[in-house]
Design a protein around this ligand. Structure first.
Ligand code: MG
Length: 488
């Protein structure tokens, strides 16, 4: 693998463009209005492939995350928070729209050859907030379509710096040699580096950090929404020079520590601008750790398996929220919630109507702010994966795993040093019912001995299938909407 940059100065040139380029235009967009007084700023940080067990406050011991731990100590830490799918594009689609990803036609991960992306008829958090007068910026990984009509500026964001999809979708990927085109870096709608090198990747965390602090400074006097969708710790891993070897736990730990430091710098900038008290900061991850990469993957903590499976390790993620004066410090929230709840919760906080098209998320502002005895608003959460396969469903402490083919690392072989390992692909042949309260590791199938609960779960499965379909049983849903497509 040749990781030497063919154009080592391109990235520095790109950074100059970022720094010298016109400042984001703010909220003077058509259809927006002057902001109501008192609206909070919102900083939403979304890691890529960071596991439930990768932060100190969630049990990590191999590396240190002092700034994220402090953030959790100053606010709320969720312990039963989920993504909708254990994979990048689908997870991001749900976060930004409040919908199950398959409701809006986004399945799995998009690739450089994909001709689909987020539909213009869906409403993103950025569009919703911009209507309320927010300045909106995104930095990092978009992954909801890389053709021009799908890029962030066409979906509610005023400004963008980042990669359009995963950082391993590039020619230097040793596990897919020659299969990918050159990896582009975008500033707004323009490619400013058409061949991101390994060296460039090592500068990304710092570039994203600087974009974030610039954005906060530029918009300190108006409400803003900053979506920092980090490229890392998705493989291939690159830490900045200052952080290499710092964790003592390999490059994965170094990357996590650099990310933590970047978050800290962003929090410091909020403080320097006097915005700490009026800013809601949220931190989560798009799916569990990619265990296939062994020492280049993270940790799922107490949960089984990781990314690419609907065992808890793939779908249960950290979620931290800080908003001084609104969220009491140091609270733990154990109610069942999901990324689809972020949009409706923000809608309530900024007092704006929900999108006109149906969404799946619920307002969890009471859970976020620690209202006593507040309960999860969800009767059930559905977990689809692949192309519209309903693989699992959750209700209260109960989880039903449905028959499907699954890639396990248990019985397989994790990779070493950035190389892909090998999965153990096995069929799940019968529905398996777990009680996560007594069996968090999902090992004891109670389907036979608890037929009553199995029947309740199967009723919920039927509801999901009738609305959103299920390719595993060849069902078509009545409510699925088409994604955007460049093929007309
Ligand atoms: Mg991911």
């Amino acid at each position: 693998m040749n990781l030497t940059s063919p154009n080592p100065f391109t990235f520095f040139l790109s950074l100059s463009i970022v720094l010298l380029g016109s400042a984001p235009q703010g909220y003077a967009q058509s259809g927006s209005q002057s902001p109501k007084p008192g609206l909070p700023n919102i900083v939403l940080i979304y890691a890529d492939d960071l596991g439930y067990g990768d932060l100190g406050c969630y049990g990590a011991t191999k590396w240190k995350t002092p700034r994220l731990d402090q953030l959790a100590a100053q606010g709320v830490r969720f312990t039963d928070f989920h993504v909708t799918q254990p994979v990048c594009s689908a997870s991001r689609a749900s976060l930004l729209t409040g919908c199950y990803a398959n409701r809006i036609g986004i399945h799995g991960a998009l690739f450089p050859k994909s001709t689909t992306g987020i539909s213009a008829s869906e409403t993103t958090i950025a569009e919703m907030l911009r209507q309320q007068g927010y300045a909106t910026g995104i930095v990092g990984k978009w992954h909801l379509g890389h053709q021009s009509e799908f890029l962030p500026l066409q979906h509610g964001f005023d400004s963008y710096l980042g990669l359009p999809y995963s950082n391993d979708m590039w020619p230097s990927n040793p596990n897919a040699a020659g299969n990918f085109p050159k990896l582009p870096l975008f500033r707004d709608n323009t490619i400013i580096d058409d061949d991101v090198s390994a060296e460039d990747q090592s500068l990304l965390t710092a570039a994203y950090r600087d974009f974030s602090t610039d954005f906060i400074r530029s918009h300190a006097k108006q409400p803003f929404f900053l979506y920092f969708a980090h490229t890392f710790p998705h493989v291939p891993l690159y830490a900045g020079e200052q952080f290499r070897g710092r964790s003592g736990s390999g490059v994965y730990g170094d990357v996590i520590e650099e990310f933590d430091s970047a978050v800290g710098t962003i929090l410091d900038e909020l403080e320097a601008q006097g915005l700490t008290d009026n800013t809601l900061v949220l931190f989560s991850s798009d799916n569990g750790p990619w265990l296939l990469y062994g020492d280049h993957g993270g940790e799922a903590g107490p949960w089984r398996e990781g990314k690419g499976t609907v065992f808890e390790g793939g779908i249960r993620v950290p979620m931290i929220g800080r908003w001084p004066g609104h969220i009491p410090p140091g609270i733990i929230q154990d109610q069942l919630c999901s990324t689809i709840d972020v949009l409706p919760t923000l809608a309530r906080i900024v007092d704006t109507p929900l999108p006109k098209t149906k969404i799946d998320g619920k307002d969890i502002s009471d859970l976020l702010t620690g209202v006593e005895n507040a309960k999860s608003p969800h009767d059930a959460l559905y977990f689809y994966y692949g192309v519209n396969e309903l693989q699992a469903i959750r209700s209260g402490p109960w989880k039903l795993l449905l028959p499907h083919q699954i890639n396990l690392i248990e019985g397989g072989e994790p990779g070493v040093g950035g190389q892909r390992g090998r999965y153990n692909r096995v069929p799940i042949e019968q529905p398996q019912l777990f009680n996560l309260s007594s069996d968090p590791g999902e090992r004891m199938n109670l389907a036979q001995q608890n037929q009553k609960q199995l029947a309740i779960m199967l009723e919920l499965v039927e509801k999901a299938r009738s609305e959103l379909g299920d390719s595993l049983v060849k069902r078509t849903g009545s409510e699925n909407r088409a994604p955007g497509s460049t093929v007309k």
